[in-house]
Design a protein around this ligand. Structure first.
Ligand SMILES: [Zn+2]
Length: 260
């Protein structure tokens, strides 16, 4: 059942050409999750909708929503842009990855509840210059549950002890306390700071966060741990993530050159 002229909050996720003057635009809607919209005439220079579907735009839209087929965008009532994401390669890369991850995490046509505000806030923080990797890591930890991996971050999986040191075990699906490390020789051998951030991120409400500072070494370890969990337990390999990885290796190459 399509819903006619429904007003909804939306975040532009991705877009591609469709016919000469039209675009297909994936929008994250608050009421029905990610939906594909046909946006007629969006490539015409005088189209009002052209600006409304630019990357990293969000606002209040009106459309005909159809979770089974194409939805149609009719007009925009209130439009904002995270313009500092588009202008920065680092922020752009992480925001693009975040949106691709969200697209895979939710089914078309189903309300995503409070997730909508969490995603919107994550993008607002990235736009405001907060560390894009760390903000992305927070959502990566929280979205694991959507991919059927719900690690136990609060206590040891075996004895329920709440006091660390802890390490993460993929085989046990959560934390192991030092008394139980011997159960899994393949535990990730994470440092206590890295584990503490993973625990913090798992329940962090971004609405209540303004600044997150994580030291570079811990950031590298967080990146490594989450890549390992996503590769081994989720099995998701996204193009936008591959881009971030190659961007990081350019940085290393460049630093290597500068040191010579
Ligand atoms: Zn234990």
């Amino acid at each position: 059942m399509s819903r006619v002229n429904e007003s909804f909050a939306g975040i532009i996720m991705s877009r591609r050409d469709y016919r000469e003057h039209d675009l297909l635009v994936k929008i994250l809607t608050d009421s029905m999750g990610p939906l594909m919209f046909l946006v007629r005439g969006a490539k015409r220079s005088r189209s009002k909708l052209a600006a409304a579907v630019l990357p990293f735009s969000y606002g209040q839209y009106v459309g005909m929503l159809d979770p089974q087929r194409l939805s149609y965008l009719i007009t925009v009532k209130e439009l904002h842009q995270w313009d500092r994401i588009g202008a920065d390669i680092d922020r752009n890369a992480y925001a693009t990855y975040l949106l691709e991850l969200v697209d895979h995490a939710f089914q078309e046509g189903q309300s995503i509840g409070a997730w909508y505000q969490q995603v919107e806030r994550a993008l607002a923080l990235i736009n405001a210059g907060r560390d894009p990797q760390v903000i992305t890591n927070v959502l990566e930890v929280q979205l694991l549950g959507r991919f059927g991996v719900a690690p136990q971050w609060q206590h040891c999986v075996v004895c329920k002890r709440q006091q660390g040191p802890f390490d993460y075990s993929e085989a046990y699906g959560g934390l192991l306390c030092a008394d139980h490390w011997e159960l899994d020789p393949h535990r990730l051998h994470l440092g206590s700071k890295t584990v503490a951030y993973l625990q913090l991120f798992s329940t962090l409400n971004l609405q209540k966060v303004d600044q997150v500072n994580v030291r570079p070494l811990v950031k590298r370890n967080l990146r490594w741990a989450l890549d390992k969990i996503y590769n081994d337990q989720v099995g998701l390999f996204l193009k936008s993530k591959h881009f971030i990885d190659s961007m990081n290796s350019w940085d290393q190459d460049l630093n290597g050159l500068l040191k010579k």
